[in-house]
Write a protein that binds this ligand. Structure first.
Ligand SMILES: [Zn+2]
Ligand SMILES: [Zn+2]
Length: 92
């Protein structure tokens, strides 16, 4: 459990009282708070929350075609290929 010992709905300690947990993210709540909150989880992004669920995982990375390393390798390859082609064209 990764809660910090406090109910996410009433922000009081979870030490006492009947507890229940979100079936989705296993966050603990007081049973009364869970019912009071219409059995909606207070965790951002959890099910039944008004927010869309976020996809977990590494942040999206766009293809970095303007990376200087990539451009350098690309230009070197193209120029090298051209030079090699012309060399073979004029020196069969
Ligand atoms: Zn509570
Ligand atoms: Zn939840």
């Amino acid at each position: 459990m990764d809660h910090d010992g406090k109910c996410g709905i009433c922000l009081q300690s979870l030490a006492a009282g009947g507890l229940t947990a979100c079936p989705e993210c296993r966050t603990s709540y007081h049973a009364e708070c869970w019912i009071f909150n219409r059995r909606k989880c207070a965790v951002y992004g959890c099910w039944k929350s008004p927010f869309p669920r976020r996809r977990l995982g590494p942040p999206q990375q766009h293809a970095d075609i303007f990376n200087p390393w990539f451009l350098g390798v690309l230009v070197t390859s193209v120029v090298g290929l051209l030079v090699w082609s012309f060399y073979n064209w004029f020196n069969p």
